[in-house]
Ligand binder design. Structure first.
Ligand code: PMP
Length: 434
C-alpha cells in the first residue's frame, strides 16, 4: 500500500524501527482490519490526528483520562512540577500527599507503594502475597489481564483448574506452573481448585469488574464468594483495580461491591495520564515489603514527582462533589443510545456497562465470562469500528476491550455518538449480515 496520509507515512516509518510500528500491540489496529492514526494533540474528549481529523475519544488512553485530555488542573500540576526538577530518586512531598490521598479514598489500602505501571503493581503484589503466605500458587481468571509479567501471562484454559500453559513464547513452563486460570464468575471452579490446592494457594487475583475481555460484570455472589473462600483457605484476595480504581467510585469496585480485598493494584487513573502504578493493602502485609520486610521491590523512577503531581491533581478533582453521579448519567446515556441504535438497525448487541465503562458485544447471548465473550462476532465489530471511525468516533480497536466515558463528554457528544452508531450498525447489518 502506498502511504497517502501523514498517519500512513508515519506508520510506514514506524514499522521500520518499532516492532509492528507500535509500542503496545493492540494499537496496531490489526484485529479491526485497519492501521492506526497518529495523534497530534488531544483536548477534552477529542483527539486530533496528524492529518487534522478530529475524533470523539472513548478509549481515553485505555482508561486513565477520566477527566478527558489535558485537564487544566492536571496540566498545571505537571507544568509546575517540571520546573522543580523531573526526578530526584530520593523522597519528596508529593509521594506522601498522593499516598495519603489514595489511602483516604480506598480504605482497604492502609499502606501503599508507588510503582510505574499496572504490570509492576500486579507483579509486585503477587510476589508479596507469596512472600507473606509462604505459598507458591496463584489463581487468576480466564480473560482477565494483569499486565505482561511472565507468571501472569497464562492462557485461559477451558474447564476446571487448568494448570498454567504459557501464553507467550519466552515464558518457560516452570514460570507459570504455579498459575491456575479459572472461568470468571464461576465460584464452584474456585472452590474445587482450592479443595485440591488450598494449602499451596498464595492468592486469588481478579479484576473485580473485568475490562480486558470487554467489560464483564461480576455476578452478585462472585466477589463476596471469593472473599469467603480466601478466608477459609488462608489465601490473600488481590483486586486488580488498574482499570476500575477511581473509575467506578472514589474507592473503586471494592467500594461499589462492598468487598474488602487484602491487597489492591492500581494504575491508569492514579497517574493522571503519566506512568504510575501502585499496590497496597493491609498494613501487616505491606510491612513485609523492603526495607521494613524482606520482600524486595524497587524502582529508579518510582514516586516520580511529575507523575505524583499529575495523579494528585487528578484525585483531587475526582473528589469534587457530583463527579461520579455525572459519570454514571453519561454512561447510562451512552448505553441507552447504543441500545436504541441496535434496536433500530436490528443488530443484536449485548451491552455490559457499569458506571462510565462498558462494552457492546456483537452477540445476542449473555456475556459473563471469557468463553461467552469469545462468541462475539469480531468481524462485525471490525466493520463497526471502521464505520464509527469514519464518522469521527474512536472506539477501542478490539471487541475485547472497554469503552470509557470521561467527564469531558457532554450530552451533544453522546447524542452524536448514538447517531453515528445507528448509521454504522446499519452498515454492519448489510455487510456482516448480523
Ligand atoms: N491490570 C489491568 C486490569 C489492566 O487493565 C492493565 C492494562 N490494561 C494492567 C494490569 C497492566 O497495566 P500496564 O499496561 O500499565 O502495565
Amino acid at each position: 500500500m502506498v502511504p497517502n496520509t501523514i498517519s500512513e507515512r508515519l506508520f510506514h516509518r514506524a514499522q521500520a524501527v518499532i516492532p509492528g510500528g507500535v509500542n503496545s500491540p493492540v494499537r496496531s489496529c490489526r484485529s479491526v482490519g485497519t492501521t492506526p492514526f497518529f495523534v497530534k494533540r488531544a483536548l477534552g474528549c477529542r483527539l486530533e490526528d496528524e492529518d487534522g481529523r478530529i475524533y470523539l475519544d472513548y478509549v481515553g488512553s485505555w482508561g486513565p483520562l477520566i477527566l478527558g485530555h489535558a485537564h487544566p488542573r492536571v496540566v498545571e500540576a505537571v507544568r509546575f512540577a517540571a520546573t522543580q526538577g523531573t526526578s530526584y530518586g530520593i523522597p519528596c512531598r508529593m509521594e506522601v500527599e498522593l499516598a495519603e490521598k489514595v489511602v483516604s479514598m480506598v480504605p482497604s489500602m492502609e499502606m501503599v507503594r508507588m510503582v510505574n505501571s499496572g504490570t509492576e503493581a500486579t507483579m509486585s503484589a503477587i510476589r508479596l502475597a507469596r512472600g507473606y503466605t509462604g505459598r507458591p500458587k496463584v489463581i487468576k481468571f480466564d480473560g482477565c489481564y494483569h499486565g505482561h509479567s511472565d507468571g501472569l501471562l497464562v492462557k485461559g484454559g477451558s474447564g476446571l483448574a487448568t494448570l498454567g500453559i504459557p501464553g507467550s513464547p519466552g515464558v518457560p513452563p516452570e514460570v507459570v506452573a504455579h498459575t491456575l486460570s479459572l472461568p470468571y464468575n464461576d465460584l464452584d471452579a474456585v472452590e474445587t481448585a482450592l479443595k485440591a490446592y488450598g494449602e499451596t494457594v498464595a492468592c486469588i487475583i481478579v479484576e473485580p469488574v473485568a475490562g480486558n475481555m470487554g467489560t464483564v460484570i461480576p455476578k452478585p455472589e462472585f466477589l463476596p464468594g471469593l472473599r469467603r473462600l480466601c478466608d477459609t483457605y488462608g489465601s490473600l484476595l488481590i483486586f486488580d483495580e488498574v482499570i476500575t480504581g477511581f473509575r467506578l467510585a472514589p474507592g473503586g469496585a471494592q467500594e461499589r461491591f462492598a468487598v474488602r480485598p487484602d491487597l489492591t493494584c492500581l494504575g491508569k487513573i492514579i497517574g493522571g495520564g503519566l506512568p504510575v502504578g501502585a499496590y497496597g493493602g493491609r498494613r501487616d502485609i505491606m510491612e513485609k515489603v523492603a526495607p521494613l520486610g524482606d520482600v524486595y521491590q524497587a524502582g529508579t523512577l518510582s514516586g516520580n514527582p511529575l507523575a505524583m503531581a499529575a495523579g494528585f491533581a487528578m484525585l483531587q478533582e475526582l473528589s469534587e462533589p457530583g463527579i461520579y453521579e455525572s459519570l454514571e448519567k453519561k454512561g447510562e446515556a451512552l448505553e441507552a443510545g447504543l441500545r436504541e441504535a441496535a434496536r433500530l438497525a436490528d443488530v443484536p448487541l449485548t451491552i455490559n456497562r457499569i458506571g462510565s465503562m462498558g462494552t457492546a458485544f456483537f452477540t445476542d447471548k449473555e456475556v459473563s465470562d471469557f468463553a461467552s465473550a469469545l462468541q462475539a462476532n469480531t468481524a462485525a465489530y471490525g466493520v463497526f469500528y471502521r464505520e464509527m471511525l469514519a464518522r469521527g468516533v474512536y472506539l477501542a480497536p478490539s471487541q475485547f476491550e472497554s469503552f470509557f466515558v470521561s467527564t469531558a463528554h457532554d450530552r451533544e457528544d453522546l447524542d452524536r455518538t448514538a447517531q453515528a452508531a445507528l448509521e454504522s450498525l446499519r452498515v454492519v447489518k448489510t455487510v456482516a449480515g448480523s
